[in-house]
Design a protein around this ligand. Structure first.
Ligand code: TRP
Ligand code: SF4
Length: 335
């Protein structure tokens, strides 16, 4: 029997290359070898965006189409929407007793996100909600509701998996062996740098290339990418390792990489040309993804059918886990 994967993604914006070469690309590689559940985590997205329901709503179908366009195979994967599985919310309530506030505030992912919010809103954190601080508990519910063996994620998610394991151990200790403890799995490239050289590509950082970007947008973004700052003139020798254009050549132009590197080092390559070449390779790389995306844009009923089926299978699975949880917690009163 195949082992089970559960992973998730927040529908807060379109997929970018960081997703594709990082965690999400890894899901594509793993999908055949595992029974794979991929959750579009709309409930989790709302912990951050409760005052912007349109944003979450509008990104759910978009994320589904993006995932299908990069090779998530609906015949292999159960792609589902978190809010259609009330069992996850139910488990979250029961697990919330097993976690202290202090432990949640110490969670490095939560800590970083709260610090970002404070910086953004310039307040002392008074506006941080109960739902937001508690989202690791809801993520533990996501993972355990599907008896996941493996959770493939980006490295920023590791503290959440750690917290999930603690909740599982505590639950099993108090109520008896019930929940399965998962392993995490990092992709080979857990993090892709942004066009500006920032260690992380992200929407809020404004340094991302999206799968849905058109040619004009891609051209503009690559033209503005960070190059070796010491290269002033077209024929100055430079260090490609200090250049984001080279970094992206590494991702989408593997076969010409040596030439790019050598010419750059020798000063035989101008940045304008080098960027132009990257733009062409990027367009070529994105072409099949865009084709698939256009197909799904024209066939939204297919995407809906895929999600409907995914929701159904996910619900069945979560119901069986929920039943055991209730039994072990002695909250199944009338049979
Ligand atoms: N927290 C994840 C993110 O922000 C998304 C997510 C939701 C998730 N539920 C999950 C990841 C369960 C792994 C397992 O990207
Ligand atoms: Fe970067 Fe290319 Fe310019 Fe070298 S020539 S610094 S690799 S853009």
């Amino acid at each position: 029997m195949k082992k089970t994967i559960l992973t998730g993604i927040r529908p807060t914006g379109p997929l970018h290359l960081g997703h594709l070469f990082g965690a999400v690309g890894n899901w594509v590689k793993l999908q055949k070898d595992y029974e794979t559940f991929i959750e579009i985590a709309d409930v989790q997205a709302l912990t951050d965006n409760f005052n912007d329901p349109e944003k979450v709503h509008d990104n759910v179908l978009g994320i589904a189409k993006d995932l299908l366009s990069i090779g998530i195979d609906p015949n292999e994967v159960h792609l589902f929407i978190q809010s259609t599985i009330p069992e996850i919310a139910e488990l979250t309530v029961y697990y919330s007793n097993l976690v202290t506030m202090a432990r949640l505030y110490r969670n490095p992912t939560v800590k970083t996100e709260i610090a970002q919010k404070k910086a953004l809103f310039g307040n002392d954190g008074e506006s941080v909600t109960y739902g937001f601080v508690g989202y690791p508990v809801s993520q533990a519910a996501d993972i355990t509701a599907f008896e996941a063996d493996l959770v493939p994620v980006g490295e920023d998610q590791l503290p959440l998996i750690e917290q999930t394991k603690e909740i599982i151990r505590k639950f099993n200790h108090i109520y008896g062996e019930t929940l399965k403890e998962p392993e995490h799995l990092l992709s080979e490239t857990p993090r892709i740098k942004g066009l500006d050289g920032n260690e992380k590509m992200g929407k809020s950082l404004g340094n991302a290339l999206y799968l849905v970007d058109d040619d004009e947008t891609i051209t503009k973004k690559i033209q503005n990418a960070m190059t070796d700052p010491d290269k002033i003139h077209k024929d100055d020798p430079a260090n490609p390792e200090k250049c984001m254009v080279y970094y992206y050549h590494k991702l989408v132009n593997k076969k010409n990489l040596e030439i790019v590197c050598e010419e750059c080092q020798k000063g035989h390559r101008g940045c304008v040309n080098c960027k132009r070449e990257l733009i062409l390779h990027m367009q070529e790389f994105l072409e099949p993804i865009r084709k698939k995306r256009a197909y799904y844009d024209n066939h939204p009923e297919e995407v809906e059918a895929i999600l409907k089926e995914g929701n159904k299978v996910a619900k069945q699975k979560a119901e069986t886990v929920m039943k055991q949880v209730k039994e072990h917690m002695k909250i199944d009163y009338i049979k």
